[in-house]
Design a protein around this ligand. Structure first.
Ligand code: SF4
Length: 683
């Protein structure tokens, strides 16, 4: 017969937090091409190898197309009615046995805002518990906490577009060339165009080759390094005294603390030469338009929130935030919608729009819209959910599209938690490490099959539009949450994603002016959008900071060592992160042609360490920590410093996250993925 016409659907990439606008060309049920949109607000005609080419997972024979239910130890296909009936009975049993506190949900940074909104509404109104969290707990929860404490809101301070005007970039704990390639390319273009560049990262990441100064701190010593930079700013008068006087608090306490971080002491703690500390501080301190961008190398530490605060200190000392001219302090978010999942209130202590559950006015506002009381006690964080499951207190765990058994730290104990929990329900595209252990697996739609919105790393709401239908009986998470509510005899209202975002706008003043209709008409919108007719706000705090007193807050927190340090038994330090061809647990990208670009988790090690252990490139190697063991392939090169190792976590079969510890940020419980003491076992 005649070929179906080619249809073009404008949507937003479902991989990383850059939020590239893509045109998906389909012919019938086939993706013909995915093209980066020239008018994409962030990507401007660019995309990386993931967003552009990694879509064949959609039609993988391993794609889940029917609900699965565990019977006699095996997962078997069943009807939706049967699966939902089983979940409803399990939830009722959990509630009867332990009350609302016996049920918890892990929502998804890959799901849309509307889906996250619905999951948290389900937990709060149908279950009556605030025990809902999302994987920002594992990546940028220290950003939310640190930026809120310093400036007032839980997002970056400025638009990424301002990078085009910055004359000095401080990129800390981030590898944008691999993890955010389109941002990496824009940063590089700016550097080639004349901006000075300071990279702070233990590894020689791609961007470091172009740096004026590359600071390579020992993993876990960021806070001391940033204090060293701040010490030089103060000592050399590179601060903005007017800004500090009028718009900031906390200088006297910080000055006392910083006196203890002269460059030579910072060298002793971090391993960074004192002269480099001074040179980097002078570059940042003397620039007219200095910008800070940072990633998980800052947050995923025992003192990750302190790291964010210490970076914020630099911008405040320098008066380089809240100026209305851009720059500021901006986190590079990992997953496509990790900002949005938090914005929507999929957090145990915060309602949509970062309103505290302990705030009676916020609870009342939500209760009015929802027609239901909102529980006042903060719920469980993800690591607390696993602990509660192991202890028997948690009786039902609902996991929306996160492969926690592959990506969460100390994975052996995560698996034990799932095994101990009487009901584990999982939405998934594939039989992931987590789905394998679930009691009910519900087949979900991918980002190419969904309607809604994402919020990217610089607070931009963007539309997500379905280019295709989900395969078989798979359903969008949005429909699954509604169906689960229906199985419990509840009605969540807001039947469409557009209605859900409209309702969220009534609950959360921060997003009061956002709607699908407006996004369709105007394109992207930076939150806050407090007014349906007013603009979004790309640059925050131009008048005042959103803290109680309206001033930015300096933080005087001392450097404290990481949870694990190398010793005689475990003499090396492992850092984990991402590589360019794959995404997180690789559930999607491993089922595409990207597998030919990168087919295994490798262990990067320095030639000196390779020689010490008699390892050559390509040799199999076993890595052991106090928590577990992983099998990897040695990759010898000088990207890692001597004594340090690096690997990604894109191939769950290698077991990388059995190595990582349960140590976590003391403020937010964000795991310390970036410092694990390990040893190598040679075959
Ligand atoms: Fe853009 Fe990130 Fe998608 Fe790559 S993965 S196309 S950088 S949004």
């Amino acid at each position: 017969g005649p070929r179906p016409p080619v249809t073009t659907t404008r949507t937003t990439c479902g991989y990383c937090g850059v939020g590239c606008a893509l045109d998906v060309l389909t012919e019938g049920e086939d993706v013909v091409a995915v093209l980066p949109a020239r008018d994409g607000p962030v990507n401007r005609g660019h995309a990386c190898v993931k967003g552009r080419f990694a879509h064949a997972f959609r039609t993988s024979p391993e794609r889940l197309t029917r609900p699965l239910l565990r019977r006699d130890g095996r997962l078997e296909p069943v009807s939706w009615d049967e699966a939902l009936g089983h979940v409803a009975r399990g939830l009722r049993a959990a509630l009867a046995a332990g009350g609302p506190g016996a049920v918890a949900a892990i929502s998804s940074a890959r799901a849309t805002n509307e889906e996250n909104y619905l999951v948290q509404k389900f937990m709060r109104t149908v279950i009556g518990s605030n025990s809902v969290d999302n994987c920002s707990r594992l990546c940028h929860s220290p950003s939310a906490a640190g930026l809120t404490a310093a400036f007032g809101l839980a997002g970056g301070t400025d638009s990424f577009d301002d990078v085009e005007r910055a004359d000095c970039l401080l990129v800390a704990g981030a590898n944008p060339a691999d993890a955010h390639p389109v941002v990496g390319a824009r940063l590089l273009r700016r550097v080639l165009g004349g901006a000075r560049l300071v990279v702070a990262d233990p590894r020689a990441v791609g961007l470091a080759r172009h740096a004026d100064v590359h600071l390579r701190p020992r993993p876990g010593t960021n806070v001391a390094l940033f204090h060293g930079l701040a010490h030089v700013l103060l000592a050399e008068g590179l601060t903005d005294e007017g800004f500090l006087r009028e718009r900031a608090t906390g200088l006297p306490e910080l000055a006392v603390l910083l006196a203890g971080y002269p460059p030579d002491r910072v060298e002793a703690i971090t391993g960074v030469p004192a002269a480099d500390v001074v040179a980097a501080a002078r570059l940042y301190g003397r620039a007219g338009r200095p910008a800070i961008l940072y990633g998980l190398g800052v947050t995923e530490h025992l003192h990750g929130t302190d790291g964010v605060r210490a970076l914020a200190n630099l911008a405040i000392l320098r008066g380089a935030v809240g100026t209305g001219r851009g720059y500021g302090v901006n986190p590079l978010r990992g997953q496509n919608n990790v900002q949005g999942a938090s914005d929507m209130g999929a957090l145990p202590d915060l309602l949509p729009g970062y309103q505290k559950v302990t705030d009676p006015a916020a609870r009342e506002r939500a209760a009015r819209v929802w027609g239901s009381e909102v529980p006042r006690e903060p719920g469980l964080r993800i690591p607390e959910m696993f602990a509660a499951a192991r202890s028997g207190a948690l009786r039902a765990l609902w996991i929306v599209g996160e492969d926690v058994c592959a990506t969460d730290p100390d994975a052996t104990r995560v698996a034990q938690a799932l095994e101990a929990c009487p009901l584990v329900v999982c939405h998934e595209l594939f039989l992931s490490e987590t789905a394998r252990r679930a009691d009910v697996v519900l087949p979900a739609a991918s980002w190419l099959e969904k309607d809604g919105t994402f919020v990217n790393f610089d607070r931009r709401f963007q539309r997500v539009r379905p280019a295709l239908d989900p395969p078989g009986e798979a359903r969008a998470d949005f429909a699954i949450v509604h169906a689960l509510a229906g199985a419990l005899g509840a009605d969540l209202g807001c039947p469409t994603p557009a209605a859900a975002l409209a309702e969220c706008a009534r609950v959360a003043p921060l997003f009061a002016g956002v709607s699908h209709e407006r996004l369709d008409r105007e394109g992207a919108l930076h939150w806050p959008v407090p007014d349906p007719d007013g603009p979004g706000q790309a640059r925050l705090y131009t008048e005042r900071f959103a803290t109680a007193g309206g001033r930015a807050r300096l933080a005087a927190r001392p450097y404290l060592p990481p949870g694990e340090e190398p010793d005689g038994d475990y003499p090396l330090v492992l850092v984990t992160g991402r590589r360019w061809a794959h995404y997180n647990s690789g559930g999607m990208t491993r089922r595409t042609g990207n597998l030919r670009l990168d087919g295994t988790d490798r262990l990067d090690l320095h030639p000196a360490d390779a020689a010490r252990y008699g390892l050559r490139d390509g040799d199999p190697v076993t890595v052991e920590s106090r928590h577990g063991r992983a099998r990897l392939v040695a990759h010898v090169g000088d990207e890692t410093a001597p004594g340090q190792l690096f690997c990604a976590f894109h191939f769950p079969s290698s077991g990388v996250n059995t190595l990582t510890s349960a140590n976590a940020d003391t403020v937010t419980s964000c795991p310390e993925y970036k410092v694990t003491a390990v040893r190598l076992l040679i075959d």
